[in-house]
Design a protein around this ligand. Structure first.
Ligand SMILES: Nc1ncnc2c1ncn2[C@@H]1O[C@H](COP(=O)(O)OP(=O)(O)O)[C@@H](O)[C@H]1O
Ligand SMILES: [Mg+2]
Length: 292
């Protein structure tokens, strides 16, 4: 399979600082790469270097056989680099629809197709960027990157800070995108467990260098690697939930391991929680302050 994205000996960083001392990485068409690593290991720097917004000291980046190294970031975007940055960076003063049509390029990913994938965006099509929730902003950032009809989709921590229900929705959408063909993706993620089901290859970075590059199925089978490089504990089978006993099920209660109430203790606590009956009004349950 020909390389869709080819990074060869890339040295990049910021100012005088070299963060990536010599990155070589290739991706085939349709491949989904999970980019993992602890904080500050250079994941965002690698993504930003593909986009073209870091300082390059050496090396090349090629996309579908075209050397994009000398291109500016906007030229790289038009050449097929779709980017969903960590900060999302949507146009806050444009509507949802304007955000997407502003950068759209012809191809299979139309605005209507993105609305099908994210019905919430369709409902919010005339809302401005600054009126969206965090999850909706992330959907819009992904939608906007897709309307460029990219060859490579770069997602920098797309699920960060989002509610679990939105994360599930996003991961499902990312599955649809990556299976649609004609695109390869790099997904940066802090939580390895979330992404292993989606990615087919995993690369782990340490100090801007690849320390592990393997199929995600191999990593699932050998979670010790994750623990060694990321400090992530191997995923254990979830504990089975307590099953109602027959008698408890019969009377509609769940069997619980509650201890029997300690009535002596309860009696001794009563004055704190409930005032004596004599303090209460006979007509209502609300207590009145004692008048002199
Ligand atoms: N704009 C910047 N200027 C200078 N150094 C930076 C900048 N952004 C990141 N760095 C440094 O580059 C290193 C890698 O950062 P980053 O790529 O953001 O890591 P990650 O995304 O893996 O958490 C860190 O040491 C960080 O301090
Ligand atoms: Mg980062």
């Amino acid at each position: 399979m020909p390389d869709f994205l080819s990074i060869q000996g890339l040295r990049a960083g910021y100012g005088e600082a070299v963060v990536l001392p010599g990155m070589t990485l290739t991706l085939a068409e349709g491949q989904v790469l999970a980019l993992l690593g602890r904080n500050g290991t250079g994941k965002t720097t690698l993504i930003n270097s593909i986009v073209g917004i870091t300082r390059r000291f050496g090396g090349t980046v090629a996309l579908a056989g075209t050397d994009i190294t000398p291109m500016r970031p906007d030229q790289r975007a038009r050449a097929g680099i779709g980017w969903v940055p960590q900060e999302r960076n949507i146009f806050r003063s444009l509507t949802v629809e304007e955000n997407m049509t502003a950068v759209a390029q012809p191809g299979p990913w139309t605005v209507e197709r993105i609305y099908e994938m994210f019905p919430r965006l369709k409902e919010r099509r005339s809302n401005f960027g600054n009126q969206l929730s965090g999850g909706e902003q992330q959907m819009l950032a992904i939608g906007r990157a897709l309307t460029l009809n990219p060859k490579v989709l770069l997602l920098d921590e797309p699920t960060e800070g989002l509610a679990p229900i939105i994360v599930d929705e996003l991961l499902k959408a990312l599955g649809t995108i990556t299976r649609s063909g004609g695109i390869c993706s790099i997904i940066v993620e802090q939580n390895a467990q979330k992404i292993l089901g989606l990615a087919d290859r995993v690369v782990i970075l340490e100090r801007g260098t690849i320390v592990h590059d393997a199929a995600s199925s191999a990593l699932k089978a050998d979670p010790v690697v994750l623990e060694r490089h990321l400090g992530a504990r191997p995923c254990r089978e979830p504990k089975p939930r307590s099953v109602p006993t027959r008698s408890a099920a019969c009377c509609g209660r769940r069997a619980s391991r509650k201890r029997a109430p300690n009535w002596r203790k309860a009696r001794s606590l009563r004055p704190i929680f409930a005032r004596p009956r004599t303090w209460r009004s006979k007509r209502s349950c609300t207590s009145r302050p004692r008048s002199g």
